[in-house]
Design a protein around this ligand. Structure first.
Ligand code: XMP
Length: 326
């Protein structure tokens, strides 16, 4: 019988056998896969694991704290936090083309991660140790999709962890390679990880950067973060977390529309709700959320988020629409 406790015990043995007395590094994204992979490796090798979290400033409300505070409290893992928001935001200044945004975010992510990884390696050398391994939260569906090969050294860019410096040779530790997402969640719960991380819906590596149609600024990020937090709160409260695949919330920063509030005319931005139902994100349908729930979300957003005066619902399936707007 499949049971998370057995899988954990088995993986801990395997990881110990693979790693020996070397040190290990792992990038955390805030998502469930890297969080569970790191927690498994930490069970196996303890202090010889160092996690690196690059905060690119494009996460949703509370997500950086969930990694920096709650995840560390639950696991006791060694964590290096790179606060790279300023770097990312300056690199993204004035950029509104989606592909250019993605390229910049990917490039800056690799740079920040490489720098932090080099520091960890240097520190280990000073202490007479050696970092030999890099953890990846590769799942079984990823293995199948990419043809089953196992990697050493340079990392596929597919999971938001980019390449590493060419002079650094790491072998990969991939403790989730035989598992499906729901099994990974069960293992995460068994390991005592916070539910906000274990239960998190898919969220793209480039984060809120590709949910602002237009260029990215601190103010626009703050606006979107508020609206997104309201949507997540109301969907959860109404019991929709397990029914929907994910619900991107998008700020149309390049669009304005006229509205009225109190005695005054407003000229604000629309927020788009994109709730989707899907099995694998390859195809999706828009989720038929109840009108009353939509009304509540709309009222709250227009009342509580000053720059937003209109809420619209995306009723496009995939195809022809993608799940994300950019
Ligand atoms: P689309 O928009 O292509 O999204 O229908 C399909 C799924 O992939 C997620 N997504 C990304 N994930 N980096 C990621 O890690 C990305 O650049 C990226 N773009 C889209 C999206 O949230 C959805 O779950």
């Amino acid at each position: 019988d499949w049971n998370p406790g057995n899988v954990i015990a088995e993986q801990v043995e395997r990881i110990r056998a693979q790693v020996g007395d070397a040190r290990v590094i792992c990038g955390l994204s805030g998502g469930v896969d890297s969080a569970v992979a790191a927690a498994l490796v930490q069970r196996a090798v303890g202090d010889r694991l160092t996690c690196v979290f690059v905060d690119h400033g494009l996460l949703r409300e509370g997500e950086a704290e969930q990694v920096e505070r709650d995840y560390v409290a639950a696991t006791g893992v060694n964590l290096v936090v790179v606060d790279a928001a300023d770097t990312f935001l300056s690199a993204l200044e004035g950029v509104s083309d989606p592909e250019t945004k993605r390229k910049i975010i990917g490039r800056e992510f690799i740079r920040a991660f490489e720098r932090a990884a080099s520091d960890v390696v240097a520190q280990a050398q000073e202490e007479g140790g050696k970092v030999g391994f890099l953890v990846q939260g590769t799942l079984y569906p990823d293995v199948v999709e990419s043809g089953g090969g196992s990697g050493t050294a340079n990392i596929k860019s597919h999971h938001n962890v980019g390449g590493l410096p060419e002079d650094l040779e790491f072998a990969l530790v991939e403790p989730l390679r035989t598992l499906f997402k729901d099994e990974v969640r069960a293992i995460g719960r068994e390991l005592g990880l916070p539910e906000v991380i274990v239960g998190r819906q898919p969220f793209p590596g480039p984060g809120l950067g590709i949910r602002i149609v237009g260029s990215i600024t601190r103010d626009r990020l703050a606006t979107l973060r508020r609206a997104d937090a309201i949507v997540r709160e109301e969907l959860s409260a109404a019991g929709w977390d397990d029914e929907i695949w994910q619900c991107p919330v998008v700020l149309l920063a390049d669009v304005r529309s006229v509205g009225v509030q109190g005695d005054g005319r407003t000229y604000g931005h629309p927020i788009v709700l994109r709730p989707v139902s899907s099995e694998d994100a390859m195809t999706a349908d828009w989720t038929r959320l109840p009108y009353d729930l939509l009304a509540k979300v709309s009222n709250r957003i227009t009342n509580e988020v000053a720059e937003v005066n209109r809420v619209v619902l995306d009723v496009t399936s995939k195809p022809p629409g993608t799940i994300e707007w950019e």
